[in-house]
Ligand binder design. Structure first.
Ligand SMILES: [Cu+2]
Length: 68
């Protein structure tokens, strides 16, 4: 497992934080995800083989946000 931090654009409220957290935690290969509004970022503990960064970025985009 590795932990990465990705800056997120497009979050405006705690609802955004909650929905992105749920989307990330539901992704295969993600062990845990912590999302904060200030700073706007996601800290993701993931298995790089199952959930590489490209996949995480796609999960973020599908949830309606943008990985910077
Ligand atoms: Cu929101």
């Amino acid at each position: 497992m590795e932990t990465i931090h990705i800056a997120i654009d497009g979050m405006t409220c705690q609802g955004c934080v909650n929905s992105l957290t749920r989307a990330l935690q539901a992704a295969p290969g993600v062990k845990s995800a912590t999302v904060t509004l200030v700073p706007a970022q996601a800290s993701i503990e993931h298995d790089p083989a199952t959930a590489p960064v490209d996949v995480l970025r796609a999960v973020i985009a599908d949830a309606g946000f943008e990985a910077r």
